[in-house]
Design a protein around this ligand. Structure first.
Ligand SMILES: *[C@@H]1O[C@H](CO)[C@@H](O)[C@H](O)[C@H]1NC(C)=O
Ligand SMILES: *[C@@H]1O[C@H](CO)[C@@H](O)[C@H](O)[C@H]1NC(C)=O
Ligand SMILES: *[C@@H]1O[C@H](CO)[C@@H](O)[C@H](O)[C@H]1NC(C)=O
Ligand SMILES: *[C@@H]1O[C@H](CO)[C@@H](O)[C@H](O)[C@H]1NC(C)=O
Length: 734
């Protein structure tokens, strides 16, 4: 590989390339793990390349495809969702492919010599030069964090002599998922008014979308020694994104009618802003704001990088002001058809609830806006259930869109408890009364109604849930999946408590608690372990299942049982299973203060990302879906809820930190609790908790069991801690 000795940036700056091949201006950021550098990613598999995104638009750099949140095309399977079968066609619902008009490359004369994903600015850069190094090019891609409808490719070039630069259009074929209604041009922009080709359900409607992009120019001229900058802009608007994507805009038809004009002004404003510098500056500010909260680990660069990149990829796929949700493969891919599963509420939302609660709220509002779909699903069973039964896979309407070949659509049902628990966790973390009044309480009541109609009682008063698929999807038609039953019970307990708090002490329907008490959790007295389901006999399992009882469900059990569960189920877990399993084992061992086992499992928990220079998450050790945000979310939980020991409950916030093996300091920045921002600094001999901002609510802090005192600015505790650190809105801590 030729390594040019100098590289000219558009600012006219002369930057030397160091011996490692890393450009000098990238060196420092790269050393801090905020910048993932590689000389050339030409050899990196397409699925492991870097992506950029702003939670509304996202794409893998270099691919011919871009995706927009909520823009799904294709029919759900024709279903009669009974408990035994889904009938009919497989279903074709998936994300609609948008041609990626920012995908522009240089002709074969140029070689890439440096690429980097900048986690501090949300940009991906690629530097190239020609054979005699007479022309230097930098291309930079990003989707604006402050203007969600716009993504940009910026090309900066400088040449020693006058020349023409040839560009190659990588946007590929027009998309089968979209029908063009109208095509126009306005100056340098092409305007396409389109709509998705097929509706999700009969009568649910196709989705209008407007695409405005810089018309492709195949060559540009460069003047000797004069740096030039060009921009290629894509602006996308869909009918669903007015008013934050709730699909209920007051003037929805008006919005749709004006879609192309809005997208055109998005593009024109962006171009002007790019030329005067404000567009990128606004993006950078918004991006920095988004990453205000985070975790810094001194001494374990691998962990820091994994934390920073995991947060980066999750926050590229969802945003606070657009009410869509997360899919296991993120927003830059069509893995799992872009659908939303339990992965969102159980694996990705817990870290967001602590770090970016407004983003977690947006994902919950996505569910609220689709309660009608969940009620239709409940009614589709024979006999019908009541309330809200959330689909295993959700896209536009919130009705079931799992392909018909997968039995999970009919029988993987714990998701309705998972969503309910995410609502209660969000409430305990934020005390957001407005959300509960507008959305949360209705969700809890509808979910409770569903489970009451779903549970069956035996003659002795035991409550059972039959014929389900547990998180371990190698099993079907299970009776009393221990995870499902425990999740439903924990949901009923939490929902009862929240109900009481929101009604000034009125009791929740008594059936909520009594059903929770009656739900049977299969247990093997001989081996002193929980059984995955009533008929479990030691078969291989796909992924973490029983071990989820301890964390995140918080089912009370002896340490001995916890330990037995971890050991027993690790032994029978498919080593080729998905990424989030080992983080849960690490969390379990941390709770037992078994440090060596915790470290081993922790290391294993993020090994799947290490295959790619951009730390793209793979679903399994050998492949599967990318960018596997479920793994990213599970990993962040191991750091936040495991090593930092953060727990949110009805009593407040608990923190019980331990240093990560090999690190000398861990800083949790701007943890959000009831609207206050809290920093936690963990050192070998001391833990310090301090306010990161002026907080409007009175908080109290202390060690569990002790008297607590007003939390004013900063409190330090010597380690080993005598107990968990408690922060609460009430003086008395249980
Ligand atoms: C991770 O990102 C934060 C900024 O969000 C930064 O302060 C920190 O240095 C990064 N981690 C490392 C190891 O550089
Ligand atoms: C730059 O352009 C944007 C977009 O038109 C405009 O809103 C902004 O005021 C301009 N800023 C400056 C400093 O000229
Ligand atoms: C794990 O599996 C091995 C081999 O099947 C067995 O000998 C061992 O007892 C198992 N350990 C546990 C904790 O179940
Ligand atoms: C975990 O990984 C770190 C960094 O590679 C290493 O130093 C440590 O020994 C590993 N711990 C275990 C228990 O494997």
């Amino acid at each position: 590989m030729r390594s040019p000795t100098t590289f000219l940036l558009h600012a006219g700056l002369c930057v030397f390339v160091g011996g490692s091949g890393i450009p000098a201006d990238w060196e420092e950021a790269s050393a801090h793990s905020n910048f993932l550098f590689t000389e050339t990613d030409a050899k990196v598999e397409p699925s492991l390349k870097a992506s950029v995104g702003n939670g509304y638009l996202s794409f893998v750099v270099g691919s011919d495809t871009m995706y927009a949140a909520g823009l799904f095309n294709g029919a759900a399977p024709t279903t009669t969702t009974t408990t035994t079968a889904i009938l009919g066609d497989d279903g074709t619902s998936m994300r609609a492919r948008l041609p990626s008009y920012t995908s522009i490359s240089l002709d074969a004369e140029f070689d890439v010599f440096a690429t980097g994903l900048d986690l501090n600015h949300g940009t991906y850069s690629r530097r190239s030069t020609n054979q005699d190094s007479s022309t230097s090019i930098e291309q930079k891609w990003f989707c604006s964090q402050s203007q969600r409808h716009v993504c940009v490719m910026e090309l900066s070039a400088v040449s020693i002599e006058d020349r023409t630069l040839s560009l190659v259009d990588g946007s590929g074929e027009w998309s089968d998922d979209l029908q063009i209604l109208e095509r126009e041009t306005d100056g340098e922009f092409t305007i396409l008014a389109a709509e998705t080709a097929a509706e999700e359900f009969e009568g649910s409607g196709t989705i209008p979308v407007s695409i405005v992009f810089s018309t492709f120019i195949s060559s540009v001229s460069l003047k000797a020694g004069l740096p030039s900058t060009f921009h290629t802009i894509t602006a996308i608007r869909t009918a669903g994104d007015c008013n934050g994507g709730d699909n209920t805009c007051e003037n929805s038809q008006e919005y749709v009618d004006g879609l192309s004009q809005l997208a055109l002004s998005d593009a024109k404003d962006a171009l002007e802003g790019l030329r005067n510098g404000s567009f990128f500056a606004d993006h950078t500010l918004a991006f920095a704001d988004l990453f205000e909260s985070g975790v810094e680990v001194t001494g374990r660069t691998d962990v820091s990088r994994a934390v920073n990149s995991s947060l980066y990829y999750i926050l590229s796929a969802i945003r606070a002001d657009t009410f869509y949700s997360l899919s296991p493969g993120g927003l830059a891919s069509n893995s799992y058809n872009g659908h939303t599963f339990w992965d969102c509420e159980t694996w990705m939302l817990p870290p967001l609830t602590l770090l970016r609660p407004e983003v977690a709220k947006s994902a919950l509002i996505y569910r609220f806006n689709r309660l009608t779909g969940a009620k239709l699903k409940a009614k589709s069973y024979d006999p019908p259930y009541a309330g809200a039964m959330f689909p295993w896979e959700s896209a536009s309407t919130g009705e079931e869109v799992t392909p018909a070949w997968a039995a999970t659509g009919a029988r993987e049902q714990h998701i309705s408890a998972d969503i309910g628990l995410a609502v209660t966790q969000y409430f305990y973390a934020t005390l957001d009364m407005q959300f509960m009044e507008d959305h949360g309480m209705t969700m809890l009541e509808e979910i409770a109604t569903f489970w009451l109609s779903r549970v069956e009682f035996d003659d002795e008063g035991g409550a059972h849930i039959v014929d389900v698929i547990p998180p371990d999807e190698y099993v079907d038609h299970a009776t009393d999946s221990v995870y499902t039953n425990a999740a439903v019970a924990q949901f009923f307990y939490a929902a009862s408590d929240v109900f009481q708090r929101l009604t000034n002490g009125e009791d929740a329907p008594s059936a909520w608690k009594s059903t929770a008490d009656a739900l049977v959790l299969p247990f093997d007295e001989q081996q002193n372990i929980y059984l995955e389901h009533a008929d479990y006999k030691g078969e291989q399992i796909k992924q973490a299942d029983v071990v989820l009882l301890d964390y995140p469900l918080g089912v009370e059990m002896d340490d001995e049982v916890k330990k037995n569960n971890l050991e027993y189920y690790a032994n029978v877990t498919d080593p080729g299973g998905p990424a989030m399993t080992w983080g849960v084992h690490s969390l379990g061992y941390l709770g037992l203060q078994m440090w060596e086992e915790a470290s081993e499992n922790f290391n294993r928990s993020f090994a799947n990302t290490q295959n790619s220079p951009y730390l793209v998450w793979q679903e399994t050790p050998t492949g599967g879906a990318t960018n596997f945000l479920t793994g990213a979310g599970g990993f962040l939980q191991t750091v936040l809820n495991g090593y930092l020991g953060v727990r949110i409950s009805q009593n407040g916030l608990r923190i019980f930190p331990t240093l990560i093996e090999g690190s000398s300091k861990v800083v949790l920045r701007s943890l959000n609790f009831v609207g206050c921002k809290i920093d936690v600094v963990v050192l070998e001999d001391e833990v310090t908790v301090r306010f990161a901002d002026d907080c409007e609510i009175d908080l109290f802090i202390g060690i569990e069991g002790d008297e607590c005192s007003p939390f004013v600015s900063k409190v330090s505790f010597a380690t080993p801690l005598a107990g968990q650190i408690f922060i609460s809105t009430t003086q008395k801590i249980k």
